[in-house]
Design a protein around this ligand. Sequence first.
Ligand SMILES: C[S@@+](CC[C@H](N)C(=O)[O-])C[C@H]1O[C@@H](n2cnc3c(N)ncnc32)[C@H](O)[C@@H]1O
Length: 262
Amino acid sequence: MIVTTGGRYNEETLQKARDIAMRYGLEFAMRRKRSVKELNERYNDDVMIVGNDGLSIAPQSCKESVKYHPNFSMVRAKRLLKNENDALVEAAELESGMSFLDCTMGLGADSVIASMAVGNQGKVTALEHSFILYLLTKEGLASYNADNDIINEAMRNIKALHVNYETYLKTLADNSFDVIYFDPMFDEEISKSQSLRTITPVTHTETLSETAVEEAKRVAAEKVVLKDHFRSKRFEQFGFEQQIRKTSKVHYGIISTNVQVD
Ligand SMILES: C[S@@+](CC[C@H](N)C(=O)[O-])C[C@H]1O[C@@H](n2cnc3c(N)ncnc32)[C@H](O)[C@@H]1O
């Protein structure tokens, strides 16, 4: 992957682009009035664009570029600030001070909501297997200004890691996170935001494995949560208790790991 600036850039943007390239060991290229497609072709590689107004990626395998924007999470975040309900927070029973492992970070929308719910005393770690998506979301979370201190802080508090969740779960001690969360790519189209749909070619689409769920059950002190299409077979296949939501095609499944035995 190469890093460049937007067509128009200022000194700060140029510095930021150089800095990102250096930190990740990537090549930096001056834009020199070239289109992103020209850069894709010239370098035969994916491109990250550091614009004056934000970050985008242009993977070679995608028709369009995708800009980092917390999109839907902002609507949910504003609802949380008004003490309104959020389906993920309710399903996972997230409270201040809890720890949350998001195994499928994507563009980080769910992680931002979880981070707001667990607050400064809590901890959110988010895993992403696709490097280009990890880079976009990690840098976006670190620099996007949501014009709200609580949301900004929630974004900055997320620790993003570029790793396969199955590999990472195996390194963790028993009960080391309160909640482990999976939001795998659905087969059904409704699951994805417009941005995720555009960059589907660079997302990892491997299906949830028995090993990953078994590891998650060992690592989760409270529960493992799966978000999936309401018709998904995965709820039953892995023993998740499917919570029925009559008004949504997206359902949550729960495996409680903190079960008291009399
Ligand atoms: C449906 S998206 C998650 C969307 C996310 N919940 C959000 O709010 O933006 C699923 C993401 O999980 C990633 N993924 C798939 N398999 C993975 C794995 N084994 N380890 C880590 N990430 C994985 C995909 O690349 C994709 O970005």
